[in-house]
Design a protein around this ligand. Structure first.
Ligand code: GLY
Ligand code: MN
Ligand code: MN
Length: 427
């Protein structure tokens, strides 16, 4: 996209946000954020700009500020300038906007006007979030590119992964392909979970150095769940595939995989304007519930099993979340709606009607989570609804999730990650 087109899009984002805010004479500062030092070292964490800044500025630079003067309805960008000393050690910062050293002077001229820091003000933040919900062409092209980098990574998995490899080898392989295909970084820590590890919803190393979960070796016939995606231009891609490696799937693996796949297919087809996401989510739980009843793991009526939380034992998370400048993007709950305590929906990250331009993940799953299935209180509470003698032998089975990123349009849903195959078996 030519840069004058992108300038126009950035201008139009700012206009939408200012319209939402509908301010009178205030001054709003949107800060990009600063580098964060790593304790006990002279290093810093990799810089990630505040997404609101990146959205309204068009890029992310540390220690920059985008200011809005509501009185004359004008935006002014302030960016850092490298000193001579800094340029000995680092490449010079891009010279964006006015020098940040001029911000104080600029504010002084407006000291009669109320000053708002955007990240401390709910109304101001939600005005940006509501605008970020609907992606423009510039964002869509970044999201499509990010999904293409993920496709390269998953193709590598399908062509190369065999039993006997470690989770770590697979992680390195898929991430290398993301980067070769143009991803700037991974959109989130890659989840590469084999066998029983696939039951942890967010299984990755790095949270705690005493845990090295990605070193496990994949055994023939086990499930491999990979939830990973490339990031491009600040935009995320978020993809999960689950497959059996190196052997024909067992009947139970195949049955449950097909239930998840069917729940996903039905939900993707519902990614249309006006659909209440909470309803789509609950319907996906009903599909999963029917499968669990058919397999003899649950007994009772579908709606009652969803309402009681019995299905949530096997499908504890939400159907999906908005995707954009962060993998769990802004705007999931509009003002006035809040996450509830319903056991099937308490982790639902989005609760609003879908609109054209939104990107949502669609990621149902079924898991056998040891900490839930062995909890004596839970076993007692669901003594009649869960067929424990059929569930217990499936402890260690792992989990199955299938996830794609879907663009809500006027017509058919556009599955950004739709080119990534969904093999039930590889290797
Ligand atoms: N990859 C994190 C998620 O699916 O939400
Ligand atoms: Mn996701
Ligand atoms: Mn994911």
């Amino acid at each position: 996209m030519a840069s004058s087109d992108s300038d126009e899009l950035i201008e139009s984002r700012r206009q939408h946000v200012a319209d939402h805010w509908n301010l009178d004479s205030e001054v709003v500062l949107v800060r990009s954020g600063s580098l964060v030092p790593i304790a006990g070292s002279d290093l810093q964490y990799e810089f990630r700009p505040h997404p609101d800044f990146a959205y309204l500025a068009g890029y992310g630079v540390a220690d920059a500020v985008l200011a809005y003067d509501a009185k004359d309805q004008r935006w002014q960008l302030f960016g850092p300038r490298s000193t001579a000393d800094e340029m000995v050690w680092h490449q010079p910062a891009n010279e964006i906007g006015l020098p940040i050293t001029e911000l104080d002077e600029w504010l002084k001229k407006r000291e009669q006007q109320p000053l708002i820091e955007s990240h401390n003000d709910l109304k101001i933040e939600s005005g940006i979030a509501e605008t970020r919900l609907r992606k423009d062409e510039l964002e869509l092209s970044a999201l499509r590119f990010a999904a293409a980098t993920s496709e390269a990574g998953f193709s590598w998995v399908y062509d190369n992964v065999t039993a006997g490899m470690t989770e770590r080898e697979i992680q390195i392989g898929i991430e290398a392909e993301f980067f070769r295909a143009g991803a700037v970084r991974t959109a989130y820590p890659s989840i590469v979970a084999s066998g029983p590890n696939a039951a942890y919803l967010h299984y990755f190393y790095g949270q705690d150095d005493s845990l090295t979960p990605t070193t496990r070796t994949l055994e023939k016939g086990e499930l491999l769940l990979i939830d990973a995606g490339g990031e491009f231009g600040g935009y995320a891609s978020d993809v999960t595939r689950t497959m059996v490696v190196g052997a024909e799937p067992t009947d139970v693996q195949m049955f449950l995989w097909q239930v998840v796949q069917r729940a996903q297919e039905l939900a993707i087809d519902r990614c249309r304007p006006g659909q209440e996401w909470r309803e789509v989510h609950l319907d996906s739980a009903r599909v999963i519930c029917s499968g669990l009843i058919e397999l003899g793991l649950l007994r009772g009526e579908v709606d009652a099993l969803v309402a009681s939380g019995a299905v949530a034992l096997f499908y504890p998370h939400g159907l999906g979340h908005l995707i954009g400048l962060t993998v769990h993007d802004a705007g999931g709950y509009p003002p006035g709606r809040e996450p509830g305590s319903h056991p099937q929906s308490r982790y639902l990250r989005t609760d609003r009607p879908l609109e054209v331009g939104m990107i949502t993940s669609v990621e149902p799953g079924i898991y056998f989570i040891d900490s839930l299935l062995t909890d004596p209180v839970i076993r007692q509470q669901f003594a009649t609804e869960v067929v424990w003698e059929s569930v217990d032998p499936l402890r260690g089975f792992g989990g199955i999730r299938i996830e794609d990123d879907v663009h809500v349009t006027d017509g058919e849903p556009e599955v950004l990650s739709g080119a990534i195959e969904k093999p039930l078996r590889i290797g």
